[in-house]
Ligand binder design. Structure first.
Ligand SMILES: [Zn+2]
Length: 362
């Protein structure tokens, strides 16, 4: 699997980027592949060569818009102990936080602010799931609730989220009122970072649960977020939406790395449909009650069971094209993670109502 990590590098390479664009324009005109021909532009040949290869050979590119500095694998040194990447041609040192078990760095692309480090990481073969864990991300007060219908076990994850939201909402409100916009922005960033951290932890836990249960993971399709129009434009709503996609993205790439099948189900009525008898139940705030079979449950728990028991939606597998923009401004997070879920095995046969619930009083 190829992952791309973005690292903010904090140096000014605008001169080099300008030269790179000139070389690309030159390449389009002359189709030269020799770095000697572009020596006059003064860009290191290892980088110039990458540009020539792209723009001299390609007959379909008509105009040069934006050119990044691309450093190939052989132009990169890695110190795994210090977790440093060194690019001799630019005398640039990058510190990385991602795991050391990558096979190699394929290349690094630099734009004005970020180094996009593309690494190949080993992927485990896809497991044959013996169960499916349903993950409800619309949980009240939690980031997610996971459930395994085969064992009846549930997991409530990211309980801190509600506390964090409340705390920061109050701080934001005060700063807004006082007109301290600079501080407000910093506070928003901090809240975002804390949420990212929490999403990392929750996604790790979900992967752990899936592994322990020999299970695949089921999520609601992207539009599964319960849209409350009244708040659609508020910062809270934006943060929640962003957090929702973020968690999905983390689960996707971590599942891909571990060979855990991941699939998506239709989101309609997961919270209203009884996970035991499929009839429509009555949801009141946090509780769920089914008038048909008498099933009573916490609304989020019922939803996570419903998700686990649903068939994969058509074309719902591998919906990894989440809103990449949501990550803008973040550093050192994987980009373009492609989960190994293009061929998700058929879920094991499960019949509603067959499982034994082991959790009481939720
Ligand atoms: Zn029921």
């Amino acid at each position: 699997m190829i992952l791309t990590f973005n690292i903010k590098y904090g140096r000014d390479f605008s001169g080099e980027l300008r030269k790179a664009k000139q070389i690309a324009e030159f390449a389009l005109k002359t189709h030269t592949l020799s770095s000697k021909d572009v020596k006059q532009f003064g860009l290191k040949s290892i980088i110039a060569n990458q540009i020539l290869r792209k723009y001299s050979k390609n007959k379909t590119i008509k105009r040069v818009n934006h050119v990044n500095l691309t450093i190939p694998n052989q132009g990169v040194r890695v110190d795994e102990e210090k977790k440093e990447i060194y690019i001799p041609s630019l005398k640039l040192t990058l510190n990385y936080n991602f795991r050391n078990d990558f096979e190699k760095i394929n290349q690094i692309e630099l734009d004005e602010q970020y180094a996009h480090v593309s690494v190949t990481v080993p992927e485990k073969p896809m497991i044959e799931p013996k169960a499916w864990i349903g993950v409800d991300r619309n949980a009240t007060g939690h980031i997610a609730v996971a459930a395994n219908p085969q064992t009846g076990k549930i997991w409530k994850l990211g309980r801190k989220a509600e506390h964090i939201h409340k705390k920061y909402r109050e701080i934001r409100r005060k700063l807004q009122k006082a007109g301290k916009h600079g501080l407000l922005k910093r506070i928003k960033n901090r809240e975002g970072n804390i949420m990212t951290d929490l999403n990392h932890k929750v996604s790790r836990k979900i992967i752990e649960i899936a592994k322990e249960n020999d299970a695949g993971i089921k999520l609601e399709k992207l539009d599964g977020i319960r849209n409350n129009n009244k708040h659609a434009k508020s910062f809270d709503y934006g943060l929640n939406t962003w957090s929702f996609y973020r968690l999905q993205e983390f689960i996707e790439y971590k599942a891909g790395l571990e060979g855990i099948p991941l699939t998506y189900v239709e989101p309609e009525n997961t919270s209203k449909e009884c996970s035991r008898c499929v009839y429509m139940g009555i949801g009141e705030d946090k509780s769920f009650r089914c008038p048909h079979c008498g099933h009573v449950d916490h609304a989020d728990v019922n939803a996570s069971f419903s998700i686990a028991l649903r068939p994969p939606s058509v074309g719902g597998v591998g919906q990894s094209r989440v809103d990449r923009d949501a990550r803008e401004g973040s550093t050192d997070t994987p980009r373009g993670a492609t989960p190994g879920t293009t061929e998700t095995p058929e879920p094991p046969k499960l019949w509603r109502g067959e499982y034994v619930r082991r959790v009481k009083g939720v």
